[in-house]
Design a binder for this molecule. Structure first.
Ligand SMILES: Cc1ncc(COP(=O)(O)O)c(C=O)c1O
Length: 383
């Protein structure tokens, strides 16, 4: 007899973009050149001073375990980042270093919720939220959003969602690149406080902004949990280092969880992350390139029939409505890959109800790749 398989793992959906990446790899193995607009990561390595710090640490440090909550110097540097960037005072004790923001989510969810609790999130949204919630026996409650509210949760949507224990907000959002204003974030935070709902603010795309200003939940709430990472603005995906900012009464519970789950976050990566704060010029240069890429796609894609684009205020994604071209975004994306050699992500990854009519285009690559993508897609649509 086969051994038992858990129901909680059976409820976790696959990440469809991984299937796209596998199909793109097959095409490349067959000798074709694929333009990768499906990837959700910077095309650049860690910034120079971060790499130097990592080399120096390899020579000088044993790279053993460090404190479960993170290296004190890194926690202090992150706290300083809140003063410099948002004018907000955050005590270093409230900063918890995590294994990417992905390592922060289970800690935040376990410290905030009990099995069966209900957590609201915007649809479309980053799929791992709901999948991690499902694995922890928590209920993800979709808040359907629209272009009018910039695909962000609203108090009106929360009022209609039934009893809630948590709310996840992501600004700038993956997959839409849209943001909440300070006033909107405060309204959501105030509603959460009034209703005993824990706000979790995913700020991983802060720093990658083209229009408007990013505001951190620490500016408007004492009870929110902030999730952030070195993966996107700091261009350090594979280093697996991120952080949480939590209210003081959550530090000790999360310390106990992270001691047992992870012991500590990769030490070498923490050395590198500390130095990454001194690399603003290099990192802002990447943001300039993303902006150029965004403008190029926004101007070029309509001629290829992709003319219903969500204006990306931040992050490196354009969410395209393709419901006039297909009712099966998965099939549309695989044809685009097969016939035009351009890989994109079908919307069903982000919105199970409406994603068959949408796709996500990432512009994290080089500007030459964006130009080539537009050229290929125009030709493809003419065929
Ligand atoms: C919105 C959002 N949050 C979190 C993550 C997880 O990133 P990491 O674990 O590398 O910090 C991603 C990755 O794409 C993301 O898009």
């Amino acid at each position: 007899m086969a051994g038992k398989l858990s129901r909680r793992s059976a409820g976790v959906d696959p990440f469809i973009v991984m299937d796209v990446m596998a199909a793109a790899a097959d095409k490349e193995a067959a000798g074709d050149v694929v333009i990768h607009l499906e990837v959700g990561q910077p095309s650049t390595p860690a910034p120079k001073k971060a790499l130097e710090a990592a080399h120096a640490a390899l020579d000088a440090d044993r790279i053993g375990y460090v404190a479960a909550l993170g290296m004190p110097a890194l926690r202090e540097r992150i706290a300083r980042h809140y003063r410099e960037t948002y004018g907000a005072e955050v005590a270093p004790d409230r900063v918890i270093v995590t294994t990417g923001s992905s390592g922060g989510f289970p800690l935040a969810f376990l410290a905030s919720f009990d099995a069966g609790d209900r957590v609201a999130l915007a649809a479309p949204g980053y799929p791992a939220y709901r999948n991690i919630l499902a694995a922890l026996n928590l209920e993800a409650v979709d808040l359907p959003t629209s272009a009018e509210d910039r695909f962000q949760p609203t108090v009106a949507a929360l009022e209609k969602a039934g009893p809630l224990d948590g709310l996840i907000v992501a600004s700038p959002s993956n997959p839409t690149g849209t943001m909440v204003t300070r006033g909107e974030l405060k309204a959501l935070a105030d509603w959460c406080n009034a209703n005993g709902v824990r706000l979790i603010s995913d700020e991983i795309y802060h720093g990658i902004v083209y229009e408007g200003e990013t505001h951190s939940a620490v500016e408007v709430s004492d009870t929110a949990i902030v999730v952030n990472s070195f993966s996107k603005y700091f261009s350090m995906t594979g280093w697996r280092v991120g952080w949480l900012v939590v209210p003081p009464d959550m530090v000790r519970p999360i310390e106990r969880l992270t001691q047992n789950f992870f012991i500590s976050v990769p030490t070498l990566s923490q050395h590198a992350a500390l130095a990454a704060f001194e690399c603003r010029d290099e990192l802002d240069g990447h943001v300039q390139r993303y902006r150029t890429n965004r403008d190029l796609l926004t101007a070029g894609l309509p001629a290829a029939g992709l003319d219903r684009l969500t204006p990306a205020q931040g992050a490196f994604y354009i969410y395209a409505d393709v419901s006039h071209l297909t009712n099966d975004s998965r099939d549309f994306c695989s044809r685009m890959l097969r016939e035009a050699g351009v890989a994109t992500t079908p919307g069903i990854d982000f919105d199970r109800a409406r994603g068959a009519g949408t796709l996500r285009i990432s512009f994290a690559g080089s500007t030459a790749e964006m130009e080539e993508a537009v050229r290929r897609l125009k030709q493809w649509r003419r065929l």
